[in-house]
Ligand binder design. Structure first.
Ligand code: S5P
Length: 451
């Protein structure tokens, strides 16, 4: 069945009705959409599945139906595609397992969410949150009808892929063209759609905080505000001269330089002296991206000993929380004169990273209890309680590096991911003229009005 014939059928079986209807939000609408009646017509359910199937991505592990109207739709699509079904309960069971999702699944399964009608998208976002809390990845959403009342913009502002088989404008235009509704009704419907236009999604602009409880984080914020730059240069160059030259050029425009000191082929302690000097002269902080990931005792040795003697010069260091809370506790209990602030890595930017929702949720159980922690390196996760958000994987020119790195634009990182600080590596240090390239990044972040 072609899409237009399917629309006629929806009209015939009263899933689309015209008249005067009071909607849930109290407003009066001349059109009413109620897809629940479709279940009385099994052949139409099959037609619907056939219309949805060409849009389904290849990598879907599970199909999820949201009760009630979309549940049988998801069921038919599941039967036709042989992709197993999940049901998201309306309320968690009050007894026994207290499950919210029925059916077999595992963390990281990619989900196709099937919906009947999407209006503002608010209830769908609640469903998505609940599924994500279970460690599922919402790969795709297919809805039969989009009422064009903000739902699609809300979902795309949160980077979800939505496919609507029909928009309400499609329905009205098609039915008018095919003489299923008369001109007077068409005009009334068009006027209705015009006076209730898609509400614009007003996501408040991300502002860089002014205050932080930790003195090093406060310093970083002060520098960022004074330079109007939230850029952290990730200087992954391999000779001391290259790193220092790069920072002499870009130092005035960054608020911190992040290095991997162990990739330098000609490291000497003189390098550290010069690095600190350039940092002072150009007013930026130093981050060692060591990604500590060991038991507490070893981490303290890695921080304080060896040729790099990281704690003696780094203002901040990155740390994985794979070892659990003990990793942070050992550093908290460490008595020393110079302790770098900590930036735990909660989510990684690489494709297929194992830092899924479960991992993130486990980290948040203790993350906020350690005053040395000033922020997190993450992607979608939004840290709370004053922690700053640092996001790597930012590049103006490319989306990936063919080695697993995934890039977003500065605009996306700030406006959609709500990052405070952007970590930029090859986008800057591989540029022919980093001091010119950095102006493009500065223009992009300032455009987001973060300062
Ligand atoms: O998830 C992460 C965490 C980090 S710290 N993804 C990352 O890319 N990084 C680091 O950021 C990575 O080690 C590198 O130093 C920098 C990104 O560099 P780029 O050249 O890909 O921009």
């Amino acid at each position: 069945m072609n899409p237009n014939s399917f629309l006629h059928a929806l009209l015939d079986i009263n899933c689309i009705r015209f008249g005067k209807f009071t909607l849930k939000n109290g407003s009066i609408s001349p059109i009413y959409l109620d897809m629940r009646n479709l279940i009385s017509y099994p052949s139409l359910m099959e037609d619907l599945a056939a219309l949805m199937m060409p849009h389904i991505s290849e990598n879907i592990d599970r199909i999820c139906g949201v009760p009630y109207a979309a549940l049988p739709m998801a069921t038919v699509v599941s039967m036709k595609t042989q992709i197993p079904l999940l049901i998201k309960r309306k309320e968690a069971k009050s007894h026994g397992t207290k499950k919210i999702i029925e059916g077999e699944y595992k963390t990281g399964d990619r989900i196709l969410l099937v919906e009947d009608v999407i209006t503002s998208g608010a209830s769908l976002i609640e469903t998505i949150d609940e599924l994500e809390k279970e460690g599922l990845i919402i790969e795709q959403i297919i809805t039969l009808v989009d009422r064009e009342q903000g739902g699609s913009s809300l979902l795309s502002s949160k980077s979800y892929a939505l496919k609507s088989l029909f928009t309400i404008s499609d329905i009205i235009n098609t039915l008018f063209k095919e003489n299923k509704i008369n001109e007077a009704l068409f005009d009334e419907l068009v006027a209705y759609l015009k006076q209730s236009p898609t509400p614009e999604i007003k996501t408040p602009k991300r502002k860089l905080p002014a205050q932080h409880a930790h003195p090093t984080a406060q310093k970083l914020l002060d520098i960022a505000h004074s330079k109007r730059s939230n850029l952290i240069a990730s200087v992954d160059l391999t000779t001391c001269a290259e790193v220092l030259n790069f920072l002499r050029k870009t130092g005035p425009f960054i608020c911190a330089a992040k290095i991997h000191v162990d990739i330098l082929v000609d490291f000497t302690t003189d390098f550290l002296r010069e690095l600190k000097q350039i940092a002072i002269e150009n007013n930026f902080l130093l981050i060692e991206d060591r990604k500590f990931a060991d038991i507490g005792n070893t981490q303290l040795l890695q921080l304080s000993q060896g040729i790099y003697s990281i704690a003696s010069w780094a203002d901040m260091v990155t740390i994985h929380l794979i070892a659990g809370e003990a990793a942070l506790k050992a550093i908290k209990d460490w008595e020393t004169d110079r302790k770098p602030a900590l930036i735990p890595i909660i989510e990684m930017s690489s494709a297929g990273a194992l830092t899924d929702k479960n991992y993130v949720e486990n980290c948040t159980k203790f993350l906020y209890n350690y005053p040395d922690v000033v922020g997190t390196v993450c992607q979608k996760f939004e840290p709370e309680k004053g922690l700053l958000k640092f996001t790597p994987g930012v590049n103006l020119a490319t989306k990936s590096d063919n080695k697993g790195q995934q890039y977003n634009s500065p605009e996306f990182a700030i406006s959609t991911l709500h990052s405070d600080f952007l970590i930029i590596g090859r986008g800057l240090y591989e540029a022919a003229n980093p001091e010119i390239e950095i102006e493009k990044y500065l223009a992009a972040v300032r455009e987001c009005e973060i300062f």
